[in-house]
Design a binder for this molecule. Structure first.
Ligand SMILES: [Zn+2]
Ligand SMILES: [Zn+2]
Length: 427
């Protein structure tokens, strides 16, 4: 090993830097990524070099210096060039089939552990429907309280349905709205009233997720802009009782300034992915350990040791996210804000919060799904399949843009013209 320009005797990093990004204090310097066209490989330069008429003077530096300079942080003020997308075409089934829906629906949700079973949401009812037999075997009416508020950034309020294992309990909540309910489809009764208040609730979907635990079915739900709770959906019993204690004008211990939005439950139910934001505003995709919250530390969702911030993106949240079968969390978008962003995904280990890989390609226009060793992105032209470990594009299904995944049926589905258009995952 040689002494590199940065002054370190170490392995050479993947990418080059301008001299002004070497050395102490340079980490505060604004910087520009120059993508080289090979994957996400990039050279990084300071703004003076970026705008200079001279050819770029790039030097090699050690892994540590290069990685620090390349970090996806708030100092990146522009991204030039284009990433490379690897392609390795492999056979992919392209056949879909249509199952007519029995009603016009405003949302659907897969009953995660029951093949072919879906909950269908109409403006005043929830139906449990079997997509294979066409049978509707449960139906319950609901009515949600309304309140008037300003629509923010085109986020129109939208009522959504959330399904639990077993298909008996259902949560209905208004994204960007305030209220919701939990229903028991066996009795048709309301078991819980949901209310998360109205402090900037128009900026985020209603946080709701059912999770099956050894102790029974649980519902994670937003109860204030910065607070999640866990309740027993059958009885409404609150299981995360905790009180913030203020001393004088100090912020109470465990206080969180995070707006809680859409929740993403991992496959095993161990981790919860949070898609929220905090002032200024910055999107903060996060993860934490639900087991610890339920068993060890009632403050885990505010400031527990397992709560990890994966990225900080100015003005950007509610991007596609999903969990893999191996309990890795995939977050769309590579870059520091809503305008300076490379279409692609970052894959995080929820135990460490570290990015284990990233690759360009998924457009972020639609949902992300994962099954086996593949990632699927719903893109404008159709479904794209990616190899999760290499980032290569391995196939496309033209014209099929799914919005939901049924894990027990191993299907992705799109709602189109009064029908569920279905596509079977391999395996
Ligand atoms: Zn420079
Ligand atoms: Zn170095």
């Amino acid at each position: 090993m040689d002494v590199l320009t940065c002054g370190h005797v170490a392995h050479k990093g993947n990418g080059r830097l301008c001299r002004h990004l070497l050395g102490e204090g340079s980490d505060l310097e604004d910087r520009v990524w120059h993508l080289t066209g090979t994957g996400l490989d990039r050279d990084v330069v300071c703004t003076a070099c970026d705008t200079s008429d001279e050819p770029l003077d790039l030097v090699e530096a050690c892994e540590g210096c290069v990685e620090r300079a390349q970090e996806d942080d708030a100092n990146v003020i522009a991204i030039r060039g284009a990433p490379g997308v690897g392609v390795r075409d492999e056979p992919i089934r392209t056949d879909t089939w249509r199952t007519p829906l029995p009603h016009e629906v405003i949302d659907v949700a897969a009953v995660p552990d029951s093949p072919a079973t879906w909950l269908l949401l109409t403006p005043d009812r929830v139906l449990r429907w079997n997509a294979d037999t066409g049978e509707v075997d449960r139906e319950a009416r609901y009515e949600l309280a309304t309140h008037s508020f300003e629509v923010w950034a085109e986020r129109e309020p939208r009522t959504r349905v959330h399904a639990a294992d077993g298909g008996r309990y259902v949560a209905v909540g208004v994204d960007y709205g305030r209220f919701g309910k939990v229903l028991d489809l066996d009795t048709g009764s309301v078991t819980m009233e949901l209310d998360r208040g109205e402090y900037h609730q128009n900026t985020v979907p209603f946080p709701l997720a059912f999770v099956s635990t050894e102790d029974g079915l649980r519902l994670v739900h937003g109860t204030a802009w910065n607070r999640l709770d866990v309740s027993d959906p059958a009885t409404g019993e609150l299981l995360t009782r905790r009180d913030f204690v203020s001393v004088g004008n100090e912020r109470p211990e465990h206080y969180s300034g995070d707006f809680q939005g859409r929740l993403h439950l991992s496959r095993t139910g161990r981790y919860l992915g949070l898609d929220g934001w905090a002032w200024s505003p910055a999107g903060l995709p996060r993860v934490f350990d639900l087991h610890r919250w339920l068993r060890v530390n009632v403050w885990e969702s505010e400031d527990g040791p397992s709560l990890l911030t994966l990225a900080l993106r100015w003005y950007l949240w509610e991007t596609p996210m999903c969990w893999t079968d191996d309990e890795l969390f995939v977050v769309w978008g590579i870059g520091p804000d809503d305008e300076i962003i490379v279409p692609g995904v970052r894959v995080f280990d929820p135990l460490t919060g570290h990015e284990v890989r990233a690759f360009a390609g998924p457009t972020g226009s639609g949902a992300l799904f994962s099954a086996g060793s593949a990632l699927y992105s719903a893109d404008p032209g159709g479904l794209t399949r990616w190899d999760l470990s290499t980032g290569e594009r391995t196939g496309t299904v033209t014209g099929f843009v799914p919005t939901h995944h049924h894990p027990a049926s191993r299907e992705l589905v799109e709602l189109r013209d009064g029908a569920m258009v279905r596509w079977r995952l391999p395996g």
